[in-house]
Ligand binder design. Structure first.
Ligand SMILES: [Ca+2]
Length: 182
């Protein structure tokens, strides 16, 4: 009786082990299939989140500079030379208005080591100087600003992110850009 039981247990263990191996392979195959389906979706979701963040930030940049101009009545620096949200521009917008409030708040994570304001693509992966927010200020007060490669835009401030590719020099590389005037 004891012997038969032991034999039965051994057989069960063998069958159980073989079955577990097949099961494991099936589970691995299913996981790989699911990952293959999910990863591109996750990538698209992340990319969409970066665009939403960038859109909010280019609008904040535009509003902050407009508020700055309203308070100072003129640009109290060489506005025509401002090309991007570098350390000097970040420092200016961090300055307080007449009500004692900064024109714009910057999280530490959104600044690069030099203190420039960088877009979500820089923060997440690319980390190239190309992913610093671009900005142009209307330095002759005609309410038209030449927004770099896009040409004239009817407003006092234009701000944009060059998007995932970090470029804005051709129609193709401009397609993923996020612009404050869109
Ligand atoms: Ca681009």
């Amino acid at each position: 009786m004891k012997h038969r039981l032991a034999q039965g247990m051994a057989g069960w263990r063998r069958r159980r082990a073989a079955f577990t191996l097949v099961e494991m392979l099936v589970v691995i195959a299913i996981i790989m299939l699911l990952m293959g389906l999910l990863l591109p979706v996750l990538g698209r979701v992340k990319e969409q989140a970066r665009k939403v963040r960038a859109r909010s930030e280019v609008r904040q940049i535009e509003l902050a500079w407009k508020a700055y101009l309203q308070d100072h009545r003129k640009w109290d620096f060489a506005a025509g030379s401002v090309m991007q949200m570098g350390p000097a521009e970040v420092t200016r917008l961090r300055g307080q208005n007449t009500k004692g409030i900064a024109y714009m708040e910057f999280e530490a994570a959104s600044l690069n080591p030099a203190g420039a304001f960088v877009d979500p693509w820089y923060r997440d992966e690319t980390r190239t100087p190309n992913n610093i927010y671009q900005v142009r200020l209307d330095d002759n007060f005609d309410n038209v600003v030449v927004a770099g490669p896009y040409g004239p835009v009817m407003r006092a401030v234009a701000a944009w992110s060059r998007g995932a590719d970090g470029l804005d020099n051709t129609p193709a590389t401009q397609r993923d850009d996020v612009r404050s005037w869109d």
